[in-house]
Design a protein around this ligand. Sequence first.
Ligand SMILES: [Zn+2]
Length: 437
Amino acid sequence: MPHRHGFCKTLRLPVLVPAPVIDQLQATTDLFRQVVTYYLRVFAEHLEVLDNPRWLSLAEKLTHRTIKNPAPLYHDFDALFPCLPSGFRRAAIAASYGLALAWRENYRRWQRAKVSAEERNERRAAVGKKPIRFTERPPQFPETARSWLTYYGTEFKVFDARHLLLKVTTGTSYIYRKVALARPWEIPAGYAAGSPTLVQKKNGWEVHIPLFLQERRDLRPAAALMQDPATRICAVDLGLNHHAVMTIQDAEGRVLATAFISGAKDNHLRKQYLERIARLQKKTGVIPEGERFAKDLWDKVKNLVGDIAHQVSRRIVDLAAQHGARIIVFEHLKNLHPEKGTRSRRMNQKLGYWVKGRIFQYTQYKALHQGIIVCRVNPRDTSRRCPYCGFMSIERYLPGKPHGITLAQCGNCGLHDVHADWLATKNIGQKFRLRYA
Ligand SMILES: [Zn+2]
């Protein structure tokens, strides 16, 4: 159940639909309750799933046939609920899980009450008093559900401010039905909308939309800013040899300013420390992280990482502020796949990863104080795609001098001799703009 924290209020919107659609809403809700009830039995028979963080996929695996899961234990589920939309199934599992957890909470409370009643009776018996009978009955595991259907993800669409498309059952299949709202779907400033729930009231059906108070840094969400053609962004590429390359870009992707933060000096120092640690490690054959003689060295490396992250993040935020950029865009860190090579080389790579993570964290924190949003994009192909012609035709090469610089050329459009990481920031900016195009 996402958004459990920060839940604030509910938008209740009556729906205006003709009688046949009302019947479909009713039928869909009835069906949903049957599915929730089914999963109550699954959880009752597999209480261990309640404590597993993967309860959702485990419950699916027990019931839903797929190519990878050809023989689920509950083999009649798919036959009972043919073609059930996956969002309905997951909503039902979540509702059922919530009921099962609530029962278990109650059951544990009852167990505790029973134990303390027994202890009290022992104390009473010791002073010659009669026992007080414990008459409370244990809470029963819920057998049927009266849950309301929550529409997750693809099972509903916002048609416009006054209409939603909700998936409903026709008895034989599932279709989207357009549902008119009595009032427009308006999200007050500073709030974000959650998944709508379909609820039946005395006077008819309503959709209930939970509203969550957003954190301060989300108060001016990126989507709204990107509607403004004057919005500038600061795209950042974090590298291993240099610390960062930043470009300030306008709404069309034109680069208005570029800044490089070299890491050569820090890298040299870091490498020295790491080589000394590696030598110690080799000599003793143990991981010296917790060892006394290496602790000072590790502390030095850690301090260095912290210093670098503070300096680099400060310069990123300053550059963004100086050029009026309201959004700073990073790449998500790629998974760390340790390279082959010497121990110190592998450790150096690991540390680079660590530094990048810190730079992102500190930038986020510092930007927050200046009302700048920090976002991330998928790093896929940002160093391989040509931002000018769109082809995956970027080749990187080392020019030899200046040392440590990687240049790039495009095999398709003839672009050549540009800084490879500068090019990556172009792609990062482009990816971010495309998200809101
Ligand atoms: Zn090109």
